[in-house]
Design a protein around this ligand. Sequence first.
Ligand SMILES: [Zn+2]
Length: 419
Amino acid sequence: MALSPTYSLHARYLFPIDLPPIRDGWITVSHGRIVSLGHEPTGERRDLGDVAILPAFINAHTHLEFSNLAQPLGRPGTPFTEWIREVVRWRRAAIEQPAGTDWRADAIRKGIEESLRGGVVSLGEIATLPQTEGDGRYDAMQGVSFLEVLGLADERHDELLSAAKAYLATWHSSGRHPLAGLSPHAPYTVGPRLVSSIAALAAEALAPVAMHLAETREELELLRAGTGPFRELLDDLGAWQTGVIPLGSTPLDYLRLLANTDRSLIIHGNYLSHEEIEFAGRQHDRMSVIYCPRTHAYFAHDRYPLAEMLARDVNVALGTDSRASNPDLNMLSELHFVAEHHQDVSPEAILRLATSNAAKALGMGETHGTLASGKRADLAVVSVAADRSPDPHELLFDTRQTVRFVFRGGRQLFPASDC
Ligand SMILES: [Zn+2]
């Protein structure tokens, strides 16, 4: 729908996130920003019918380069290191495609479009190639593009650090979205010396850092004893180096390094200890933990300690992770999954995971994540059933409901044909 610069949308429910839902409410938008919420419309008026309006969802963790995959790699319950072997095979095949095939750009574009259909315009995206000025891959995306840093061998330290430095220098000078971040991939692919250097570099540049951590029990074994399926995998790939990870290491060692940065995202944290959860909770202004619900289920991990993390004040946000471990990038489906599987968490807290908590995780909290006067008019409009419910969250978490419209900066992006 084409709308004038100032308009009001009517919905059966508005979900401001930091306030209770408003029934039969109007949200007024002017020149891309939210002006007011309530019962008084201004400017052009549109009644959207049986819908709920929420802040556009924010996907705090994905890898868009896998968005061309029709289905996840491996099968449900695949041991994680077997899945990594599949990823390595897939990536080698992708890289060997004929020259002129820009599979990365194609996948990123598809991933951004798919995200939109799931109510998302802002993402925490991990990229293996640095974005460059004017390459256009991320024009339709807000959020953070984290450059993946990968290399366990100690002699690669200087080269990888220089590449990270160059990436931040180029992108920071442009000052536009997506913002630049760094992602030392995981403890089994980046040694603690490089993690420490990346953290110091990011701290100096005020850039966010994202790292996969405590994802599997096998990772904990590698850190503790240098043995197990990860050791076998790294030996097979010729990537293991004795002494690169000190024996007796734990995720807490990495949490301490990342806590030196302005903003860090701990991806997964499936097997963080109580002490580590408490540590993350104490740093909640600067450190977030990203839960990827359906990816977590794909690997049949132990139950995710979501309620414990929230009780310990951890800033938990949701991610889809990539299509290599998830059937799609639909954030509404992630919310439905969490509502069904974590009935010990309140619906209000569940909604925050994909809105205000995720905005805070990516450093966008001042402008995004809630419906409030002055914030950017990034909106997700979700269908709701016409019947009444004492709790409107129940209508929203009904799995039959879908994303009907998505707005960014007041402009309708989805469905595109209506623009
Ligand atoms: Zn990931």
